[in-house]
Design a protein around this ligand. Structure first.
Ligand SMILES: Cc1cc2nc3c(=O)[nH]c(=O)nc-3n(C[C@H](O)[C@H](O)[C@H](O)COP(=O)(O)O)c2cc1C
Length: 213
């Protein structure tokens, strides 16, 4: 049976009834959003070995200067590298690399050369001292500009210095073709990886019907 809480009850001009409005329940202090990217973060360790770790807590931080955030627990090997090199890459896997991304989040670079184990190829960043993954379609080179201890996680803000991108991901006008890339996402509720979904509307357009002229 379809759970009415997950159906679109406010469709069209229909207003919610009093009962429907009362159907939401308090879920407590959840800090989750969806969809959630799978960010594979690349760093160099103190021996100069490339390491990668899957960090799902993170995303866009600013458009100018272009910046991203990653939330890293101090126990991660990646944490030490970030503090030392002040550099990282954010690599977005396509769906066929779900197993590799999962592995990068299960074992530590302290004990395992994760890239060697999967056969993926580290490439030294052109602008920062961090490795990106050649096989992944979208790789951002970032310099750490700020960090903020929030408790369980420390938030690192990385200023984007360059993005390495598969040619197929960009059209002649320079628009990113995310739909073609099938970038992997993380479902934190079900602890599964998901492929991106269908297009349901044009941005800055489908909502126009609510703007009074
Ligand atoms: C789907 C997924 C998401 C994860 N997200 C985070 C995260 O946001 N922050 C974090 O500190 N660890 C996260 N982890 C755990 C680290 O990836 C894991 O501890 C990894 O072994 C760290 O590698 P390192 O010790 O080589 O840095 C995640 C793991 C998985 C599988």
């Amino acid at each position: 049976m379809i759970n009415p809480r997950f159906t679109r009850v406010g469709q069209g001009s229909r207003k919610l009834s009093g009962m429907e409005l009362m159907m939401k329940q308090s879920a407590g202090r959840l800090g989750l959003v969806f969809p959630n990217p799978v960010l594979v973060v690349g760093t160099y360790d103190q021996r100069g070995e490339p390491n990668v770790a899957t960090l799902a807590w993170g995303g866009i931080a600013s458009s100018g200067p272009e910046s991203v955030s990653i939330a890293v627990r101090p126990s991660r090997y990646t944490f030490e590298a970030l503090q030392r090199t002040r550099a990282f890459t954010v690599n977005l896997p396509s769906v066929e690399y779900a197993a590799e991304a999962d592995f990068f989040g299960m074992v530590s670079g302290r004990t395992t050369r994760k890239l060697e184990a999967t056969g993926l190829t580290p490439v030294h960043g052109e602008f920062v001292d961090a490795p990106y993954i050649a096989e992944f379609p979208y790789c951002m080179e970032c310099e750490v500009v700020q960090s903020l201890d929030l408790g369980q996680h420390t938030l690192f803000i990385g200023e984007v210095k360059d993005v390495k991108i598969d040619e197929a991901l960009m059209d002649e006008e320079g628009n990113l073709r995310w739909g073609e890339a099938r970038i992997l996402t993380f479902d934190s509720g079900m602890r599964t990886y998901r492929a991106p979904g269908e297009v349901v509307g044009d941005a800055f357009s489908t909502g126009r019907k609510f703007i009074s002229s």
